[in-house]
Design a protein around this ligand. Structure first.
Ligand SMILES: [Zn+2]
Length: 313
């Protein structure tokens, strides 16, 4: 599937002007590196991402806009590759990664992950040059009304190479899969390491069952990343406590337009506003993470629930 996707990208960049321009612009984005309490992060100044970071995702705004993932509303130039018979792999016209895909369900159905764990892992097993990710409906998805994954060039996010040095605790273990938590506060990270997709799926489900569901929501707030190497899956789960940090709506100097999603939690913070890119510090990133991730107490409770969940027959 990598080959087919590479051809799609090449074709779209030659036939679709919007995509060509945005991928050209990506070569000019600025990056700075931050050390956030010993964990490496990058900050990317990416003005085009205002479409996502600034997206109004309240129910009314969503109802009143035309869904950009529905085939009927897509640009005529945008092509897709079928996946599992009910998804389409599309080139994302507002890239963060040198290669950035959106994998949209063919029908207009809400963003929910429970029935799609296996699909996500299958995608990660097939797209070996990519890291696949899921943003929950209130965790960075700009189309919370249309189920989709995204995928970006593998190896782009610091956590992909950094995580093995930070495993601090084995939370659960099955015959062929291990669930770790990382020592990377104030981020709260669970990692599944497995050479068996079914076992990885079982652990993913146990985590899902153990996370709190806010009253107004239909699923636990979470971001998920998954990639594979020689059929071995690595899955990161970032349980969330909050959609957007206080600085998102603050005024004056305190304002910082950051709407954290999978990529930010994977270690690449996106700032669509130049002033924010220039001023953001490691302390700002730590503060944002401590707001949107779980508190240490809530994380400890989740780990206990996961252990109980795994013991169930
Ligand atoms: Zn739609």
């Amino acid at each position: 599937m990598n080959e087919e996707v590479n051809k799609l990208l090449d074709r779209q960049l030659s036939t679709w002007e919007t995509a060509r321009h945005s991928y050209e612009a990506l070569s000019n984005v600025r990056i700075k590196e931050l050390d956030v309490r010993g964990v490496p992060y990058k900050v990317q100044f990416n003005p085009a991402r205002i479409v996502s970071s600034g997206a109004k995702v309240d129910a009314r705004s969503i109802r009143e806009r035309r869904c950009f993932l529905c085939a009927a509303n897509r640009p005529t130039e945008q092509e897709g590759i079928s996946f599992l018979g009910h998804y389409e792999v599309l080139v994302n016209p507002f890239p963060i990664f040198p290669r950035h895909l959106t994998v949209a369900e063919t029908g207009h159905v809400p963003q929910r992950i429970a029935s799609r764990f296996a699909d996500m892992l299958e995608l990660a097993l097939r797209l070996t040059n990519f890291t696949v990710f899921y943003n929950g409906p209130r965790c960075g998805a700009s189309a919370p009304d249309h189920a989709h994954f995204q995928a970006g060039s593998r190896g782009f996010m610091p956590i992909e190479t950094d995580w093995r040095t930070r495993t601090v605790e084995t939370v659960a273990q099955t015959d062929r899969a291990v669930l770790y938590c990382l020592d990377d506060a104030p981020r709260t990270t669970l990692v599944i390491d497995s050479d068996d997709a079914d076992e990885a799926c079982r652990l993913l489900r146990a985590v899902y069952q153990s996370l709190p569901v806010p009253d107004s929501d239909e699923e636990p707030m979470m971001n998920v990343l998954a990639f594979s190497e020689t059929r071995r899956l690595t899955v990161f789960i970032f349980p969330r406590a909050k959609h957007r940090p206080a600085c998102y709506t603050a005024t004056g100097d305190a304002r910082l337009l950051s709407s954290p999603a999978s990529v930010d939690l994977g270690g690449v913070f996106i700032t669509p506003v130049e002033e924010d890119f220039l001023k953001i510090t490691a302390d700002d990133v730590a503060r944002i993470l401590s707001e949107v991730c779980l508190s240490p107490e809530a994380f400890a409770q989740v780990k206990t629930r996961i252990r109980n969940e795994i013991r169930k027959p």
